[in-house]
Write a protein that binds this ligand. Sequence first.
Ligand code: PLP
Length: 421
Amino acid sequence: MLRGAAGRLLRCGGAGGPRAASGSAAAQLRRRLESELEDIRGAGTWKSERVIASRQGPHLRLAGGGDGILNFCANNYLGLSSHPEVIRAAVEALEKFGAGLSSVRFICGTQSIHKDLEEKIARFHQREDAILYASCFDANAGIFEALLTPEDAVLSDELNHASIIDGIRLCKANKYRYKHMDMQDLEAKLQDAQKHRLRLVATDGAFSMDGDIAPLREICQLAQKYDALVFIDECHATGFLGPNGRGTDELLGVMDKVTIINSTLGKALGGAAGGYTTGPKPLIDLLRQRSRPYLFSNSLPPAVVGCASKALDLLMESNAIAQSMAAKTQRFRSKMTAAGFTISGKDHPICPVMLGDARLAAVMAEDMLNRGIYVIGFSYPVVPKGKARIRVQISAVHSDEDIDRCVEAFTEVGRKHGALP
Ligand code: PLP
């Protein structure tokens, strides 16, 4: 029998198992959480996690069985997550620089590899300087508040990533939300925002739910006309869009017109973790002084720095890797379209197979897995109601046979469930 302080804890498991606080507040909280969880299940929006028992790559082993699963839902665009040189660089950094810094950057958490990686990122994007974060979520959470005051304005695409939305929420600037990629609406909002000191247009370079690419040329023209700055989030572009994989700004020929880039090291650039901001030196200097996720969070671990640094070396040595994905994307998109499916977006390795109905997307994704193909169905509230889809992501390391197998499975499953005639 538990007594005293121990008695106030309710053992959930056996000895050594998890403990849960007792008392009426704790019981009330538990009831409320259970009811909320039940609501999520009832709404059909429960997100479950499949457990992978192998490295990230085009072929996976799932925990509890399921070998040789063809993986079409990672952001491993260039296949660098399991590239032997990337892994070796991580091991070397781990051995030379240790497991981690046990510190934030400005106390005693900056090693030569952090400075080298920042320099490399700036060189890759052809900018003046760069600053590392633990994630791009943090980079987005930290930039707007540090940069903008109540005298300024930020104009944000309505479908921007959640981390941009949250970052903007944290700042005190005047907020404008323009319709998705709607240049008329952006222009109207820029006109209204002329009364503010500084205007910053913020957009994803490529939008991850639709695989569509922001009209950066037009955005930059409007920014020039209305004296605004342009910020892009390049998480789904860095490393593979544009002739040298520099991103959306390179693809659309506006590298000299975009002022600030935030991106991730957790997708095409080795896939470990980490994010960054790159842009003018005084901005980067200011972020080191003011950006809260940078100031109050641990430095990136050396192994993670090693992965990203090697990924950038590989991309700067040759544009062959960046180029290799375009043909695979084209193969998938054209074969699926010929089979009768509608694929949203254009020329991007994010290939959303549009199905409309949430249940159809869920059962088709499940049936694809039964055929050894791992894809994910998305429905409301992640995407608008009636626009459910299965998102397929192509990687440079998919073979033509992998892609053809995926198209064949989609065709079979689509016919079976009435998505195709
Ligand atoms: N921005 C966009 C557009 C993203 O898709 C993501 C990740 O999903 C992030 C930011 C966050 O990146 P990270 O995983 O580095 O936090």
